[in-house]
Every structure is written in C-alpha cells, then in structure tokens.
Design a protein around this ligand. Structure first.
Ligand code: IMP
Length: 434
C-alpha cells in the first residue's frame, strides 16, 4: 500500500504541481492535506496551462480520485468556481471528494484576515488575504463550521448564531465593520446553495484506498519554511505543510507513508514578509524573477527571489524525512555568470551552520557564500544528467551533497516532458533516510 508525500522544501512555489503531475500516472488518489485557496499550483500540459488553488492537481487525470482532506480549509465559493472553470475546459470534476471534517472559510474569515493585516501595518505577515488564519483559529477554538454543515442547515444556523456576535465585535475593534461579511441570513443562504452542489465524504476514504492496495499521493501546499510550528514564525501560514501534516491532515498513519519527495527550486523565492537571508535585490534577482515568471499564482504578487540556502535546505530535508528530491527550474539559471550558494550565516560575528530557530536571529544574519561558475547554454532540451553542462552538474551535485538526499527528478522547463529522470525507485520505502 504505497503512499508518497510531496512536500515543499522552501517557502512554497517550488513547483509541486509539476511534481504531482509527473507522478500522477502511477497513482489512484491525490490527497490535499492542508492549506486552502492560498495555494496556487500551475500545471502545463502541452498548450494548456491550469492554475489550481483548491482542487488537487490529480483532477486533470480521469483515473485519479482527487481528495480534499480533513486538514484543509475550504472556501466553497472558490472551490465551486474552480469546478465551473475546469468543467468549461472539459475536465470532469465529478470524482473530486471533500472530507466532511474540512473546515469552511466564510466571508467573515476573509474580512478578519484583511482587517488584521491592515492593523499590523508595517509588521504585517503578508498573507494572501484568503481568510486562512482566521478559519484555522476557529477550528482550534471549536467554533468553526465544517463541510458536513453544508448539508445540515439547522446545525449550520446554530453554529453561525454562536459565532457571529464575536466576529462582529472583532471586526468592530479592528475598525473594519463589514455588514455583508457577518450577515447571518446571507451566509445561511450561501451555505444552502453550496450544500446543493458539495457533498461531504468521510476520512475513511483514504484508509479504504490504502487497504485496497492503491497508490496514494499526499500533496502539500506552501512549504516547510512556512510551517506554523517549524517555519519563521510569525511569518508563516496557519497549517502544517511538512510531511507530518499529511498524517493529521490527510488521515494516514506515519508508518503508512512510504516515501517523502521534497521539491525545491534551483534558487529560492518567498512571497510575503519575513526574513530571507539570501534575498537578491539587484539585476540578477530581477533577471531570475523575469525568466522564472516569479509572480504569485494566487495573489499576482511579485515573489522575492534569492540564492539557494544550505541551512534551511538541510533542516527541511531532516524535518520531513525526505527520501528523494525533485529540483525544479534549473533552466532559469542558464546564462548567469556566477551562481552563489549560501553555506553558513554570520550572526553577531559568529559563523552559524544550522538554521536558527529564532526569526530575530535570522533577521541579523548575513550569508556566507560558496561560488559556482555558471553555464551559458540553454538546457531546455537536455533529458539526461550527463548531457547537462559541466558547471550545471557541479551545482546540482553540491545541492545534493548539502541536502543529503538524492535528486531524482530535475526540471529544465515547465512542461512535463522537460524533465531529467535519474534512476530511482518511485513509491518504495527508502532504505536509508537522510
Ligand atoms: P496565508 O497562508 O494567506 O495566511 O499567508 C501566510 C504567509 O504564507 C504569507 O507570507 C503568504 O505569502 C504565504 N503563502 C501562503 N500561501 C502561499 C503559497 O501557496 N505560496 C507561497 N507563499 C504562500
């Protein structure tokens, strides 16, 4: 009963959509285990580009059951819009399953997210404004509505009546009163309409598929460095993108996970606020942003870009128990004369080689770089590692040594075919963990 987790090793946007797409042919079920419509997965198949926020990327394949797991926060308005857009493009969405235990994002969550960010001013997290944090707060406070409430109007009305006075008071305290966001009748009507189209499923779905010996892929959103517990708090998201999140959010036991594939880019990007030690604000950064199309899929915000950083990479590989890596967007670095890789920080005059746990320390860190000569030729057509320019191979080898896990897939362009595949054993238990 093989189960693989795909996890981002950086701050999200590592290209997990392409990884899932690449592995999709082998699997029967793709399960999203956390996050909500803050995510954005871009998948390019031939001439077609699909941008998905909530629907697992497995939807593009008729043989896959895409599952939105219990750890996800669902804005039904977004989900149904995505269903309609996919249907209009000829994709069958009838096999998408949504866990009864996934939490709902309602209009007041979005209003609160925006109001909190506005109140924080210069100290804002830089959220996507989709109501993610407030919806997870309600789940933890046990005051939230869940997908199961969509088909139980009486339960939904009771829960709403309990929740709304507090939401009104909060929005008022934040000087962000928003009558529409806390209108009980309007929300109840929306819930009834959503309930007509969205039927909840049970957590048991995953276990039944495992018992039937099917291949399951657990698809993380965002990345390790945005994890609520393990990222650069408070500049994080409100869920657990790490591989461990697949267990709680997907409904699988840790020992049922066979493989953890970490996904990273050949450089780093970050959206929103927070420390970014290797950030590039010069012409090279500008060039990477443009060549790599580093603009947020969800918010359209320009992503911050920087060199790769060994410290968070090693940390992410260990924390996730990564057994193999997919390295994306190596082609974007073609033509850059010299490539830098951060191997240590200097903090308060001391050399540091482990990722600091404190955000304040990260903010005081300056990078210590190892320099690699670049390569000038485009590599989009390369399909074997041996055919890469020697300098590109050197850089890949250095990343692999730092990570302590094999790079088994290497992407040299957005399309599925633009991938270098090395010898590896997909969907098998790793004999040696990093
Ligand atoms: P939230 O998830 O909207 O609450 O935003 C919290 C932080 O996570 C912000 O820095 C966002 O920019 C970041 N974030 C959320 N989703 C993504 C994503 O899919 N890719 C990259 N960053 C994200």
């Amino acid at each position: 009963m093989p189960a693989s987790v795909i996890v981002g090793l950086q701050w999200g946007d590592e290209g997990k959509g392409k990884t899932t797409d690449f592995l999709a042919e082998q699997v029967a079920m793709v399960v999203r285990y956390q996050g909500g419509d803050n995510a954005g997965h871009t998948i390019v198949i031939g001439e077609d580009t699909f941008k998905l926020h909530l629907v697992p990327s497995g939807v593009l394949y008729g043989h896959i059951t895409p599952v939105i797991g219990p750890g996800v926060v669902v804005n039904p308005a977004t989900l149904l819009r995505e269903f309609d857009e996919l249907t209009a493009r000829g994709i069958d969405v009838s096999h998408v399953r949504v866990s009864h235990a996934a939490s709902l994002i309602l209009p007041y969550h979005v209003a609160l997210d925006k109001a909190r960010e506005a109140a924080l001013g210069g100290a804002k997290v830089g959220t996507t404004g989709r109501g993610i944090g407030p919806a997870y707060e309600d789940r933890a406070a046990r005051t939230g509505l869940r997908v199961e409430d969509l088909i139980d109007p009486a339960s939904a009305a009771t829960r709403l009546a309990r929740a709304l006075p507090e939401k009104r008071a909060l929005l008022k305290a934040l000087n962000a009163e928003d009558a529409a966001a806390v209108d009980a009748d309007a929300i109840a009507k929306q819930i009834a309409a959503w309930g007509e189209r969205l039927r909840p499923d049970t957590t048991d779905l995953v276990q039944r598929a495992l018992a039937a010996g099917e291949h399951l892929l657990f698809e993380g959103a965002q990345g390790t460095l945005l994890d609520l517990s393990h990222g650069s708090y408070p500049y994080v998201t409100s869920s657990h993108p790490i591989a461990g999140g697949a267990a709680t959010g997907g409904g699988i036991a840790p020992m049922q996970i066979d493989e953890v594939m970490g996904v990273m880019k050949a450089y780093a990007t970050r959206v929103g606020s927070g420390p970014f030690v290797t950030e590039l604000t010069d012409a090279i950064g500008e060039r990477i942003t443009t060549t790599g199309h580093e603009v947020g899929t969800t918010t359209g915000r320009r992503r911050r870009v920087g060199w790769n950083d060994a410290l968070p990479l090693r940390y992410a590989v260990q924390l996730n128990g990564v057994s193999s890596i997919m390295l994306n967007k190596l082609d974007v670095l073609s033509g850059i004369p010299e490539i830098l890789l951060c191997v240590a920080y200097e903090i308060d005059g001391k050399r540091v080689e482990r990722w600091p746990s404190s955000t304040a320390e990260m903010e005081r860190a300056t990078p210590i770089y190892e320099r690699f000569p670049g390569w000038s030729e485009p590599i989009h057509q390369v399909r074997a590692l041996a055919d890469l320019p020697e300098n590109a191979r050197r850089y890949v080898t250095a990343l692999e040594e730092i990570a302590g896990a094999p790079i088994v897939l290497l992407s040299v362009g957005p399309e599925r075919t633009q991938t270098i595949e090395r010898a590896w054993r997909p969907m098998r238990r790793a004999t040696k963990r990093a």
